[in-house]
Design a protein around this ligand. Structure first.
Ligand code: ZN
Length: 132
């Protein structure tokens, strides 16, 4: 089953912790063991799993901005957001988390993060649950 929640973003580039929203969607199901896949149906935002620490969030955005900035990208001739597309391509648009005991199996410091690269926008997040 796939369920969707809406997520408005407020900045051009930002990292949002969506772990509680995903866990909340899992809690509304009877899935106790299986796999949770989270995807974003967008071309200019991304997902990753890591620590949600302020300094690290800054570093992630600085890293991505440094990798995709300063070039004369061809896509900029269309809508001036090639860097956002390229950053999303590098980071990816999905993450997978095992489910055990009705809970997401994440490490102590691991959080599910949505990276907005071309905001502010109204984003949608898809949560697909596969039960064992
Ligand atoms: Zn574009």
């Amino acid at each position: 089953m796939t369920r969707t929640f809406a997520l408005p973003t407020s900045s051009r580039r930002q990292v949002l912790d969506i772990t509680e929203e995903v866990a909340g969607m899992l809690a509304k199901t009877d899935v106790s063991s299986g796999l949770c896949t989270v995807t974003v149906p967008h071309c200019t935002c991304a997902l990753y799993i890591n620590e949600h620490e302020e300094g690290l969030l800054h570093d992630v955005l600085t890293l991505v901005g440094g990798l995709v900035g300063g070039e004369d990208w061809h896509h900029d001739r269309i809508d001036h957001n090639a860097g956002a597309h390229l950053g999303a391509t590098l980071l990816g648009n999905s993450v997978q988390i095992p489910v055990e005991g009705g809970n997401l199996v994440l490490g102590t410091w691991q959080r599910i993060q949505l990276v907005e690269l071309d905001g502010p926008r109204h984003r949608r997040v898809n949560v697909t649950l596969i039960s064992d």
